[in-house]
Design a protein around this ligand. Structure first.
Ligand code: ASC
Length: 150
């Protein structure tokens, strides 16, 4: 029993030390994962977008929980752009990998703006949410323009 626990702990340690890409069995799994994370992020960000644009009634609690989820999701996709995941059903352009520092900077910008929107959403103040919402959309768009095929 003790030996088994040691083996399990050793394996867990190795798994934690592996690069993120190795957490996916196949490159296609990484592609699916990152697309799923973007899809969920966009759904929850979009619900707040509807409030910001006056297309849905403002509901402070709903805005807060939607942006909390979007903020969590914003942290997920980028571990799934590892080497070798430029294959299959993806619109990611080759410069995601060839100009990776710029891609990481664009991703980080989005995460930072999303975190600010999350702070604004916690205030429950629509004007603060409106002010913080645009820069997030801008960061999404900037990265799409540079790194996503049409
Ligand atoms: C969204 C969404 C995006 C961004 C982008 C901003 O709500 O799904 O991908 O905003 O359209 O330009």
């Amino acid at each position: 029993m003790k030996r088994l626990s040691v083996a399990v702990l050793a394996l867990a340690g190795i798994a934690a030390a592996l690069p993120a890409v190795a957490q996916f069995a196949k490159p296609e799994d990484a592609v699916k994962y990152r697309k799923a994370a973007f899809t969920v992020m966009a759904a929850h960000f979009g619900r707040v977008g509807a409030m910001v644009q006056g297309k849905a009634p403002f509901d402070a609690a709903a805005a807060q929980s939607n942006i909390e989820i979007a903020t969590m999701m914003s942290k997920l996709p980028f571990t799934a752009f590892g080497p070798g995941t430029d294959v299959g059903d993806t619109r990611a352009k080759p410069n995601v990998w060839s100009d990776n520092a710029k891609f990481v900077a664009a991703a980080t910008k989005m995460q930072d703006e999303m975190a600010k929107l999350n702070t604004a959403a916690k205030s429950g103040n629509l004007d603060q949410i409106k002010a913080a919402f645009g820069p997030v959309g801008g960061a999404c768009k900037a990265c799409h323009d540079d790194f996503r095929k049409e």
